[in-house]
Ligand binder design. Structure first.
Ligand SMILES: C[S@@+](CC[C@H](N)C(=O)[O-])C[C@H]1O[C@@H](n2cnc3c(N)ncnc32)[C@H](O)[C@@H]1O
Length: 216
């Protein structure tokens, strides 16, 4: 698949997509599994929630979110990588209230239903800022009134002020789009798109944040 955004590292090659969960487990020295469980628990999912998952990945997050849902709850994953969609479908095979569709989140969505939560995990940082704005607009439009946009991603920090043992690997591994993502005031940006009532939960020495923003 050719990249639409040349500097993006969230547009994955088929090989990386196929091994994504393994790569995350190994790169985090096994810490990722515990972290993602905790992060998803912090989402505050209600049993009947309808959740839209932007850049849904392998389905690992969907399976974890589904633990908090009743039969009335639903998860709809939006993905563009065929390898991810394949894995998502295999992982969630017997679960009727979880679906995934091939849909890019950088275009208007035109979905028939409205959602209680839009979740975006380690995706938003990987786009140019103008595209992030389109994604925020789409999240807002897809939510019910009172619904929440939940962003799990890097926290805000000034990259040059971070310790070298974080800064050097971050600059080497992460895409260039992430460099300006971490230096933006996200609550302020989200506020200009109609979001309020922010809640933040931090992980990994505050380098990662779960940011909840309410459509009010
Ligand atoms: C870094 S992975 C994160 C996957 C998942 N959210 C997670 O936390 O495990 C980024 C994901 O975003 C997907 N993606 C990238 N660009 C996208 C787009 N324009 N629309 C939908 N999904 C996209 C990729 O295929 C990949 O699965």
């Amino acid at each position: 698949m050719e990249k639409k955004y040349p500097e993006s590292k969230v547009e994955l090659t088929p090989k990386i997509a196929k091994n994504y969960d393994k790569i995350m487990n190994v790169a985090s020295l096994g810490l990722y599994v515990k972290f993602i469980r905790k992060a998803i628990k912090s989402m505050g999912i209600s049993p009947d929630d309808k959740i839209l998952d932007f850049g849904a990945g392998t389905g690992r997050n969907a399976i974890l979110m589904n633990k908090y849902l009743s039969d009335k709850g639903e998860i709809l994953g939006l993905e563009i990588s065929e390898k991810m969609i394949q894995q998502f479908k295999i992982k969630t095979n017997n679960i009727p209230n979880i679906r995934v569709i091939n849909q890019s989140i950088d275009k208007p969505l035109n979905l028939e239903e409205k959602f209680d939560k839009v979740f975006i995990s380690f995706v938003l940082h990987g786009f140019p800022h103008s595209v992030r704005k389109d994604i925020i607009r789409s999240a807002f439009n897809a939510l019910k009134d009172g619904g929440e946009f939940i962003i799990l991603d890097f926290n805000e920090f000034i990259l040059k002020n971070t310790p070298f043992y974080f800064r050097i690997p971050f600059k080497k591994i992460e895409c260039k789009y992430a460099f300006d993502f971490v230096e933006k005031d996200w609550k302020n940006i989200l506020h200009t798109y109609g979001f309020n009532g922010f809640e933040e939960i931090y992980f990994f020495q505050k380098y990662v944040r779960l940011l909840k923003a309410k459509k009010e």
